[in-house]
Design a binder for this molecule. Structure first.
Ligand code: F0G
Length: 446
């Protein structure tokens, strides 16, 4: 079921096979270098690419552009309070702005920060403060075929082992990312949120939630965790934050906007300190690098995210894409996540050795076969790690229809059927910072 209809449409075209061949070659076999107009279905990210509601557009007209003390800020503060339960909010231009503001306040040189899995910008901001990010994903996450319900959980044993190793004094902050983007968009259970909060308290650390996809996570708790069947998404969403000292939020995901983010907390001292840092990097603390209309749209989007039937339909559409792919015998990471389906490139392109980037070759094949743009999140994007070679197909919110999903599944099946036609890739040009190479490197077939 879809509880919305289109009010405005954006034309998209599928370039000819020849045009696609030429475009990907000119892009150096890196889809970040493609012009968006040459992409038919864009699954590069679910971040800022979704469709806003008529209410959000209407709210934008009301946006109050006052430099200080705008009504739009007051509306955002009220939404954050009602939906997430925090007293204080510091708006920022997007999620990474919130990371910069908050971690600049909480961390010092030499600190160690465990997280179920750091997203790349979170990792970079923690490193930027001189601290060391450590991933503690649940052991179940390593099995792409296990259909366990909460594979995004924080591994408490790994957390405790880390305390043994570095000492509790070195760990001022414990982070939990819901859902776990770096682990195939898998959710975190309420039980694990509670237990991770308790782990943080035990070692006298602050407990921070990376809340980007908090509504999608709440949906999984409602549908898969005992005791939550009858709770509303809004109730579950708030309960997730009950034990958190602070959050960082990218509004581009579950606040349903094209740009925006914020940090939120209850502690006065942290709030005051964060505001000062926000003035330096983001803007006066009632606009945080955003226009009043952007803030207004975010205030409305946050409430929509927890109002049924939005998030149920959203996660079901992702599962529907997973089902279509599975029916076409394309190997996907199971269960499907909240925002994306992850393809197993090492299986689909098993003839390409890991060092020749099977995931990146598959990303290029999806574009050549059907103008579909996904993203590699394996050995190319994360050099020097033993990450599985997964390709993420992230669905923008409220944007594509069943026909688009069918085209995506047919395209993936074609790429798999024509696997022999695709060679591995080698890098011919890359930026000095290896961690960021997937955004701009150029490659060629081996
Ligand atoms: N945390 C998580 C878990 C994220 O997925 C992202 C962004 C951020 C923080 C940073 O937020 O982009 O607003 O600065 N993820 C996008 C993605 C870019 O494609 O997964 P941002």
């Amino acid at each position: 079921m879809r509880s919305y209809k289109a009010k405005m449409v954006e034309p998209i075209t599928l370039p000819s096979r020849e045009e696609r061949e030429s475009a990907i070659e000119q892009a150096g076999y890196n889809v970040f270098n493609l012009d968006a107009r040459d992409v038919y279905i864009d699954l590069l990210t679910d971040s800022g690419t979704g469709t806003m509601s008529a209410d959000q557009w209407a709210a934008m007209i009301r946006g109050d552009e006052a430099y200080a003390g705008s009504d739009s800020f007051a509306n955002l503060a009220e939404s954050v309070h009602d939906v997430m339960g925090f007293e204080h909010v510091v708006p920022t231009h997007q999620g990474r702005g919130a990371e910069n503001v908050l971690y600049g306040v909480l961390l010092e040189d030499g600190d160690v920060v465990p997280n179920n899995s750091h997203f790349d910008t979170t990792r970079a901001h923690i490193v930027n403060q001189g601290a060391e990010p450590v991933d503690c994903p649940s052991p179940a996450s390593r099995d792409p075929d296990s259909t366990a319900s909460f594979k995004g959980n924080f591994d408490l044993d790994a957390g405790r082992a880390l305390v043994e190793e570095v000492g509790a004094d070195s760990i001022p902050v414990v982070v939990l990312t819901i859902t776990n983007n770096s682990v195939a968009g898998q959710p975190v259970s309420m039980e694990n949120i509670r237990a991770t909060a308790e782990f943080a308290r035990d070692i006298d650390a602050l407990f921070v939630i990376d809340a980007c996809r908090f509504a999608e996570n709440a949906h999984f708790i409602k549908t898969h965790e005992q005791g939550y069947e009858d709770a509303s998404i809004a109730e579950i969403a708030r309960e997730q934050f009950e034990h958190a000292d602070a959050i960082t939020m990218s509004g581009k995901k579950d606040a349903l906007v094209n740009i925006g983010g914020f940090a939120a907390m209850n502690d006065e001292a942290i709030f005051e300190h964060a505001k000062q840092r926000a003035i330096l990097y983001e803007g006066f603390p009632t606009y945080g690098g955003l226009s009043g209309r952007d803030i207004e749209a975010m205030a409305v989007g946050l409430r929509e995210a927890v109002t049924p039937p939005y998030v149920g339909e959203r996660v079901e559409q992702v599962a529907e894409l997973g089902d279509l792919l599975s029916e076409a015998d394309v190997p996907v990471y199971l269960p499907t996540g909240g925002h994306a389906v992850y393809l197993d490139a090492s299986e689909i392109f098993s003839h390409i050795p890991k060092e020749q980037f099977p995931g990146q070759a598959l990303v290029c094949a999806l574009y050549r076969e059907g103008g579909v743009r996904g993203v590699e999140l394996g050995g190319f994007a994360f050099p020097g790690t033993d990450r599985p070679d997964l390709v993420r197909l992230a669905l923008p919110r409220r944007t594509y229809s069943r026909e688009h999903l069918e085209h995506i599944a047919e395209t993936a099946a074609e790429a798999m059927a024509n696997a022999d036609e695709y060679d591995g890739l080698e890098i011919v040009e890359e930026p000095p910072m290896k961690e960021l190479r997937h955004f701009s490197a150029r490659l060629k077939p081996v």
